[in-house]
Ligand binder design. Structure first.
Ligand code: PEP
Length: 254
């Protein structure tokens, strides 16, 4: 069975609620007929307005983070239920900016993944090595560790609901995109780790996206790789024209 193809925009801390609504209206006609599923991970305060504008369109709105608790005394945090009620259908978990700047561990990402699944939010779990780890030949060790700690113990039927994003930290926001060959090697390795965790059949059905300085010209060659099932786009998703170009360039032979 072919895997679903996704193009996901991660707006990070950009775009107000008003800007989000305008963006979705502008993007929608440009991505009609596009092969990939279009997801936008928007700031919390923009979820409701983006979701309203995306209603009855092929665009799906989600969040960039959440807490693992159902509810509680966690000042400044946000719960899966709140995101869902606002209109989010998925959530990014373990983005490298969360891991590096806010000290989030893979154990925490595991708890959040379990909670998101429980509450019916689709988790998009991000993993990736930094430059020092790649240059010292530790890429596979780091990916294996992050995947095991983030996903082990999750039942296989739930694992099928997860999207994985391989995002090498050295490629995020740096303009240095991984070559299709480097990305494919890492994706194939991630898929072998998923096979160890959930069995080969399930691993073969989980979409793995590449993220890291994707541009319209790099999207097509990346998405054409055997184990690359779309892209997660930060900076280049902020402009609807550029993001639509990326989405249209992502295709798999049918
Ligand atoms: C990201 O933040 O997930 C990302 C891939 O960013 P950029 O495309 O800007 O490198």
């Amino acid at each position: 069975m072919p895997r679903d193809l996704y193009v996901i925009g991660n707006w990070k801390m950009y775009k107000t609620a008003r800007e989000a609504a305008g963006y979705v209206e502008e993007l929608e006609p440009k991505v009609q007929g596009c092969q990939a599923k279009i997801y936008l991970a928007v700031p919390y305060t923009s979820i409701a307005s983006a979701a309203r504008s995306a209603k009855n369109t092929p665009i799906t709105i989600g969040a960039q983070n959440m807490n693992d608790a159902r509810e509680g005394a966690f000042t400044g945090e946000i719960a899966a239920l709140m995101l869902k009620e606002a209109g989010a259908e998925f959530v990014l978990l373990g983005h490298s900016e969360r891991r590096k700047i806010f000290g989030e561990s893979s154990e925490f990402v595991h708890k959040k993944t379990v909670r998101a699944l429980q509450e019916g939010l689709q988790p998009i779990v991000c993993v990736g090595e930094d430059l020092e780890e790649r240059e010292s030949g530790r890429t596979e060790e780091v990916l294996k560790h992050q995947l095991e700690k983030s996903l082990s113990g999750i039942p296989a039927e739930d694992a099928l609901k997860i999207i994985l994003a391989y995002e090498p930290v050295w490629a995020i926001g740096t303009g240095k995109t991984a070559t299709p060959k480097i990305a494919q090697e890492a994706h194939a390795f991630c898929r072998s780790c998923l096979a160890d965790l959930f069995g080969k059949k399930v691993a073969g059905q989980i979409s793995i996206l590449y993220g890291g300085s994707v541009k319209p010209e790099s999207a097509g060659p990346l998405a054409a790789q055997k184990d690359i099932d779309g892209v997660l786009v930060g900076g280049a998703s902020l402009d609807p024209h550029t993001f639509a170009e990326i989405a249209l360039n992502c295709e798999k032979p049918t």
